[in-house]
Design a protein around this ligand. Structure first.
Ligand code: FAD
Length: 315
């Protein structure tokens, strides 16, 4: 089923979860335990992140060696497993950066054949390796271009003219940034491009994580005033270590409210997870009271904290 149908038909609040495939060559069993844990909360769908190739520098006897590696393969396999073994809809993330449009078409065909009905279309960020596209290959520059490509396939239009091409049927999600995307000169410009993604065919928006619900509410108001009417799903990440006070702002360009950062800073390390769960619980309760379409949790590799939160919320 499509994400948008889950939202439309919901009787209870929807909670979705985002997980990350293991590192190249890693073991899947830990992630399977995470999925089995999450299944207890009856998730309508689970997102699986996608990752472009990266250059790795390794010290060898003959000096520093540069190797290009796909850091975390496995998005397709995990989607199939989640959908067909666990009966949970899967939402693979699809990236512009690191993939040609031709590779994207191939993977979308594979998802379509595998019965996957949802994708989250993202630009991705620059990584240490930039694959020079072959002369006859093309690239999507922005997520909006990727949405165009997926929407075209939904109309049966592939990169080359195919006779009797079957239409794909993807529900398309895109990312939104309550505190604006870090490259955008201002929130208004960012929302203009977000609107373009919606006009190109995006069915819903999932937000970057935020720790102050007012950022989300203001963002939704701004989007609505610009005519963006699709569901905007808030993204929540439970803060779980002191280290994240600096890593989360650095990696995701988000703000951590002073009240939360001070509580974490002054706490003993072993109490930080509880502080994070309590903060997220207050965020979730307020969001549910404002009747959000769903709540998306950035779970990544562990379900421990989100399980604690769900138990606390009695869900
Ligand atoms: P875009 O929508 O392309 O926007 C990027 C920037 O360009 C913005 O500043 C925007 O304002 C601007 N812009 C957009 N369109 C245009 C245009 N036509 N012309 C000029 N400027 C334009 N990354 C991964 O690598 N793998 C993942 O699995 C992944 N999952 C994510 C899930 C969520 C819910 C979110 C919020 C982010 C995720 N990311 C992931 C990170 C994401 O790839 C980065 O945040 C990236 O920098 C931007 O992606 P985007 O899709 O928002 O890009």
């Amino acid at each position: 089923m499509k994400v948008i149908e889950h939202i439309e038909k919901r009787n209870n609040p929807i909670f979705s979860y985002e997980i990350i495939p293991p590192k190249r060559g890693g073991n899947l069993s830990d992630l399977i335990s995470v999925v089995e844990d999450l299944k207890k909360f009856d998730p309508p769908y689970i997102d699986i992140t996608s990752h472009a190739a990266e250059a790795i520098y390794e010290e060898t006897d003959s000096g520093i060696k540069r190797q290009v590696k796909r850091k975390r393969p496995g998005t397709l396999g995990l989607c199939v497993l989640i959908k067909h073994k666990y009966g949970i809809d899967a939402v693979p993330h699809i990236l512009c950066r690191g993939f040609t449009r031709e590779e994207t078409e191939d993977i979308l065909i594979e998802f379509h054949y595998s019965g996957i009905e949802n994708v989250l279309a993202l630009r991705g960020d620059d990584v240490s390796y930039k694959k020079p596209p072959r002369i006859d290959r093309t690239i999507n520059d922005y997520a909006g271009d990727l949405v165009d490509q997926i929407s075209s396939m939904n109309q049966g239009k592939y990169l080359s003219n195919l006779l009797d091409a079957e239409k794909t049927n993807f529900c398309i999600g895109v990312a939104g940034y309550p505190e604006k995307h870090y490259e955008s000169p201002n929130i208004k410009t960012d929302i203009d491009y977000l609107k373009k993604k919606v006009l190109s065919g995006a069915d819903y928006i999932v937000t970057q994580m935020f720790y102050d619900n007012n950022d989300y509410f203001n963002f939704v108001d701004l989007c609505r005033s610009e005519g963006i009417l699709v569901p905007i799903i808030p993204g929540i990440k439970i803060l779980s270590s002191k280290n994240q006070l600096s890593t989360l702002p650095k990696v995701f360009n988000i703000d951590i409210p002073y009240e939360l950062s001070e509580e974490v800073r002054l706490a003993k390390a072993k109490h930080v997870k509880d502080i994070g769960v309590d903060w997220a619980a207050r965020q979730v309760e307020e969001l549910l009271n404002r009747d959000v379409p769903a709540i998306h949790f950035y779970v990544m590799q562990t379900s421990k904290h989100v399980s604690k939160l769900m138990n606390k919320l009695n869900i």
